[in-house]
Design a binder for this molecule. Structure first.
Ligand code: ADP
Length: 624
């Protein structure tokens, strides 16, 4: 038997692992199973492509064997195996240069920093958290000789010839104090299910099962072997091998939803980065969709090994309703949350995933419009959040979002609105602030109705915030009809005499309303109503101001509204010829108050309004 020292880096790494991963010793099993799975993958590959290995018997499996009495657990595979040289280089030195450099950079306390350790795989050595000593017996595929490697994880290891019936590797753990909890079949099953359920190869557990012996009326131990993982990893299989039922079942098992998903998008990326993504769109919005502490629906796997299911950085917040799996070949198994936040691999996967989800939704909208509307019913609003969260994908999101409009009963797309534009129409228009019925009857829409121009009805409470930041759809400007300047481009040839004639009345109204308005102007946007309220470009609308105040921003300066009056309206025409009497003053106020009411803004002094109304009523009743 030959005794060898660990490379110094290995000893350092061991210390680092023990310090930083101690709170999750169970991951040792994940690491060993993943090594076995890699070894099986390697041998399978060789039996497919290498003449020397073709025809070699290959029965891939991973066996966990538990000996409760002796506190040992072994993990055996029928994979590629290792010869003497492999054992020395793989388990005695740190072959990967990245790890070496990483260790070289560390000093003092940094070595204990558990965030740093996530940058590389801990692998095999993590088993020393739970075992001492560890024996590895391995036989390389295609070779006759087997080798035993033994180490206490302190200073070095011993290596000697051994026997093994078939190629593969057995890692025998002599469980220590910390590891004793794993000498328990329930615990093992639980850990395998948690991390390794989707490893593609079957994992069997052999243990002493307690069974009731009816004849002897007592329970007895029976050596039993059971498969403990699902071995499915459906997402790693080619799409054409999977049925709709397969997808639906997987969706239900990972989401806990009992309904079928609406859509799913399955992608395998091969190239500089290798990964598989499978995303599902639920048919109903999750209950916590609008809660700050929503549950993440996408699980992260590395090489089919489950890593975490609560990483909010996997997808942007507005896509929090998406369920599914990201399985990467390029991340280390023990990647930590802190590392995820700035990991380049993950950033690339995330960017590509968002693009994929959005483009697939766009395809769905074209191919299955009715189903897409079901999606919109549940998820239009999070997509709108995307309009201000995800600038890079704004154009696609604008195509995905659906709107109410003055032209249609249901929902419509911007592309459709664009296709219905009138000749000479320069922009797309929308109205915000208030309920759908309030908006549909707003005097601000009159000119658009008259000219047959479609206006989008944005009645969602986030619409004003979202769309104040979206000013274009492709080349077309998106304009709010609530803004004073918007009607400018609708103006017919001006009628200068009429404007001149109206001047005295505008001055009179300005004088009466005084501090309550910014200005009183002639309107070009009104047809049937005598007056309306508009806001200036830079100012929040009246509804927005109300919202800000309701949210506690009490003392921001309230911008004054601008009142527009309709020069063609009978009331306005009659006022023009009237002397400055009490009735004219009441009428001025009532033009202002009714415009506020139509905007859904409560009046400051309802009593004064009612008094005026009654005065005007009694005059008009007398007149009859
Ligand atoms: P990693 O798996 O991240 O490379 P490990 O420390 O877990 O790091 O393993 C080091 C190397 O030992 C592996 O890359 C592999 O070559 C070899 N190895 C470990 N376990 C096995 C196994 N069960 N069968 C064959 N080779 C193995």
């Amino acid at each position: 038997m030959s005794k060898r020292e660990f490379q110094t880096e290995v000893s350092q790494l061991l210390q680092l692992i023990i310090h930083s991963l101690y709170s999750h010793p169970e991951i040792f099993l994940r690491e060993l199973i993943s090594n076995s799975s890699d070894a099986l993958d390697k041998l399978r590959h060789l039996t497919l492509v290498d003449e020397a290995y073709k025809g070699m018997p290959f029965e891939p499996r991973i066996d966990l064997e538990l000996d409760e009495a002796n506190h040992t657990l072994s993990i055996a595979d029928t994979g590629i195996g290792m010869n003497e040289e492999d054992l020395i280089t793989n388990l005695g030195t740190i072959a990967r240069s990245g790890t070496k450099n990483f260790l070289a950079q560390l000093s003092g306390d940094a070595r204990k920093d558990s965030n740093l350790i996530g940058q590389f795989g801990v692998g095999f050595y993590s088993a020393f958290m739970v075992a001492d000593p560890i024996e590895v017996v391995s036989r390389k595929a295609g070779e006759e000789m087997a080798w035993r490697w033994v180490s206490d994880g302190q200073s070095g290891f011993e290596i000697e010839p051994a026997e093994r019936a078939v190629a593969g590797t057995t890692v025998l753990l002599h469980l220590n104090e910390e590891g004793k909890q794993y000498a328990n079949s329930w615990r093992l099953r639980e850990v395998v299910k948690k991390y390794s359920n989707h490893i593609a190869f079957p994992i069997f557990l052999t243990y002493d099962k307690s069974e009731w012996n009816e004849a002897e009326k007592k329970s007895e131990k029976v050596r039993t072997t059971e498969q403990v993982n699902a071995a499915s990893a459906l997402w790693r299989r080619p799409k054409n091998e999977l049925t709709d039922e397969d997808y639906k079942e997987l969706y239900k098992s990972i989401s806990g939803d009992s309904q079928d998903p609406l859509f799913w998008f399955h992608t395998r990326a091969e190239g500089s980065l290798e990964y598989t993504t499978l995303f599902f769109i639920p048919s109903k919005a999750p209950l916590d969709l609008y809660q700050a502490e929503y549950k993440v629906g996408v699980k992260l796997y590395v090489k089919r090994v489950f890593i975490m299911d609560d990483a909010k950085e996997l997808l942007p917040q507005y896509l929090r309703f998406v369920r599914g799996i990201i399985d990467s070949e390029d991340l280390p198994l023990n990647v930590s949350r802190e590392i995820l936040q700035q990991n380049k691999v993950l950033t690339s996967i995330r960017t590509a995933s968002v693009k994929k989800i959005l483009s697939e939704l766009k395809n769905a909208a074209a191919a299955e419009p009715e189903k897409y509307l079901e999606f919109i019913k549940e998820f239009n609003r999070p997509l709108k959040e995307g309009l201000y969260q995800d600038f890079a994908n704004r154009e696609t999101l604008l195509d995905l979002v659906r709107f109410k409009s003055t032209r249609v009963d249901g929902m419509t797309s911007l592309a459709d609105v664009k296709s219905r534009m009138k000749e000479g129409q320069k922009s797309l228009y929308y109205i915000t602030g208030g309920t759908e019925s309030l908006l549909r009857t707003s005097p601000l829409l009159e000119i658009y109705k008259k000219k047959g121009i479609e206006v989008l009805i944005l009645d969602d409470d986030i619409d004003e915030i979202v769309f104040s930041g979206v000013d274009k759809y492709g080349e077309l400007e998106l304009k709010s009809v609530n803004k004073a300047s918007t009607s400018e481009d609708l103006k017919d040839d001006a009628e200068p005499e009429q404007a001149e004639a109206l001047k005295p009345l505008l001055e009179k109204l300005n004088a009466i309303l005084g501090e309550n308005v910014k200005d009183v102007r002639a309107s070009v946007r009104l047809a049937d109503s005598p007056s309306c309220i508009v806001s200036d470009e830079e100012e929040p609308s009246l509804q927005m101001q109300q919202m800000l105040r309701a949210m506690g921003q009490k003392d921001f300066p309230a911008p004054k509204p601008t009142l527009e009056i309709n020069p063609d309206h009978a009331i306005v025409k009659k006022l023009l010829g009237r002397p400055n009497d009490a009735l004219a003053e009441d009428a001025a106020w009532m033009l202002f108050d009714q415009a506020l009411l139509m905007e859904g803004v409560p009046l400051k002094d309802p009593a004064a309004f009612v008094q005026r109304l009654n005065r005007v009523l009694s005059v008009s009743i007398e007149a009859k």
